[in-house]
Design a protein around this ligand. Structure first.
Ligand SMILES: [Zn+2]
Length: 269
């Protein structure tokens, strides 16, 4: 049996305003922040938790977020750096379906997709103010077509991408030591991920239930949410979970913490 390894795949950066990053607190002004995917090599298979954003999508739909992404920061490019191909991935887990967390799904053509049942539903039946968040539907081309949602006009390969979905609810240990923990509020069916490892403390990936250490310290959520009260409660849940399991929190979009994380080809084990 091989021990579980965790690789962080750098996915480039985006820009939002400080008032969005720290809801009603700010300060205002451009804030550039990282996006990344988490690859877990587990004895049951290779899992990817979130897949970052697609540069062409952001340029087409949200160019004001000023994406900076090199070829090595795409999912195929990042996997190549550790000697893997997109078809080597067995499972994609999506914390939620905002464009900066599912943009690389379409490359992982052999993977089964795991997500919260409520989140898959929300991706096509969301509130009007969530429109831009759920603007990249390439993770589920068939679903997008059924719902009349736009797909990129110039990507015929999407017709061949027909992922299988496994939807779940509640907290679930989906494989030994891989825990999906419900943290709704940012979106309807948001999951955070805890990974137990042999040689270190558990890693608790907050996803967008908490963008950064500063959000946690200020007790301040981001402005992108379905339900702010639930969102704040989920952030408090993450803090309590980290204490209970002696886990280290890894934030989704933290320009201060990210430089200190070990990035692929390095890994945690
Ligand atoms: Zn999000």
């Amino acid at each position: 049996m091989t021990d579980t390894k965790v690789y962080l795949l750098d996915g480039g950066t985006l820009v939002i305003d400080g008032f969005h990053a720290f809801w009603n607190r700010g300060p205002a002004g451009e804030l550039r922040f990282p996006c990344y995917a988490v690859l877990i090599e587990h004895k049951d298979g290779r899992y990817i938790f979130d897949t970052g954003y697609d540069h062409a999508h952001v340029m087409r739909v949200l160019p004001f977020e000023k994406p900076l992404q090199t070829p090595e920061q795409t999912i195929p490019g990042a996997l190549a750096k550790i000697g893997l191909k997109p078809t080597d991935i067995n499972y994609v887990i999506n914390s939620h379906y905002h464009f900066d967390h599912c943009g690389g799904n379409k490359h992982l053509s052999k993977a089964c997709t795991v997500c919260h049942a409520k989140e898959l539903e929300a991706s096509t039946k969301h509130q009007p103010f969530e429109h831009l968040g759920y603007s990249d539907m390439t993770f589920a081309p068939q679903l997008a077509k059924q719902a009349g949602k736009a797909l990129p006009p110039d990507e015929p390969a999407l017709d061949m991408y027909t992922p299988k979905f496994e939807t779940i609810t509640g907290d679930q240990e989906i494989a030994k030591g891989l825990w999906l923990l419900e943290t709704p509020g940012h979106t309807a069916g948001h999951y955070s991920l805890m990974v137990e490892l042999k040689n270190r403390r558990p890693m608790l990936f907050t996803a967008d239930a908490c963008y950064s250490q500063k959000n946690m310290d200020m007790n301040c959520i981001s402005s992108f949410h379905l339900d702010p009260t639930a969102s704040l409660k989920s952030m408090h849940r993450l803090k309590a979970l980290a204490e209970k399991h002696n886990a280290e929190l890894f934030y989704s979009h933290d320009p201060d913490s990210f430089p200190n994380y070990v990035k692929a080809p390095g890994y945690y084990s």
